[in-house]
Design a protein around this ligand. Structure first.
Ligand code: URA
Length: 217
């Protein structure tokens, strides 16, 4: 898929205007909360990353507020704690982009860069944002493991990698060995999934343990 005009791959312009519904929602939130980030949230992490974590989309009071993926909301608490535990970060996560946290050999991005209403991007939005995921992947020279959080992220990443969904269905802990990298997937570390214990911290850690093995192996 080709990139939209006037964009700066691998990141979207923060005022990206390609999804009318998302632009309208951003404007609605910005009218209420003018000091929040309220834009297309860029990826965060190490440009030499071997591990790329692909989330769904910014949470309205999390990444959409702070401007850093998974920063300032429930999902980020588990993700950043797990990254730290497995040696993928340096510093202390404090839910704020000024906390000085650095990712080491890892990068975090989102399948959709702008906050969607009710946390649910529609198919056209996921498709329109995919060129940024494709170019993000292409811009990581040392990428070995792509870890997708949730089915939407998994499906968009499968398409971004030029693979067929029917041959690569989503599953928690499912991995697909590709030519020069591995696609690994997990349930999303959302509040809903962790509260219902569909995803426990131990299950999430097991996926990161596997990611570390793949990177080191
Ligand atoms: N915050 C993000 O940036 N992405 C998600 O998928 C969830 C929260």
């Amino acid at each position: 898929m080709s990139l939209p005009d006037r964009q700066t791959p691998p990141e979207a312009r923060s005022d990206c205007a390609y999804c009318p519904r998302l632009v309208a929602y951003r404007a609605e939130v910005a009218a209420r909360e003018p000091n929040w980030f309220n834009g297309a949230v860029p990826s965060f992490g190490d440009p030499d990353a071997g591990l790329l974590i692909v989330g769904l989309a910014p949470g309205v009071t999390g990444a959409n507020r702070t401007g850093r993926p998974f920063t300032g909301d429930w999902a980020g608490d588990l993700l950043y704690a797990t990254l730290s535990k497995f040696g993928f970060s340096r510093g202390t996560y404090a839910g704020d982009p000024t906390d000085g946290l650095r990712l080491d050999r890892a990068m975090i991005t989102n399948a959709v860069r702008c906050v969607p209403p009710q946390n649910k991007p529609v198919g056209a939005e996921i498709n329109r944002c995919r060129p940024f995921l494709e170019s993000r992947i292409a811009a990581l020279p040392n990428l070995k493991v792509v870890l997708c959080l949730g089915k939407i992220s998994h499906d968009s990443t499968v398409r971004a990698l030029g693979l067929k969904l029917k041959d690569h269905p989503f599953g928690h802990g499912q991995e697909y060995r590709l030519k020069d990298r591995t696609l690994l997937s997990s349930y999303h570390c959302s509040r809903y999934n962790t509260n219902t214990r569909r995803l426990t911290p131990a299950m999430f850690e097991a996926v990161f343990e596997r990611a570390r093995q793949l990177l080191e192996g």
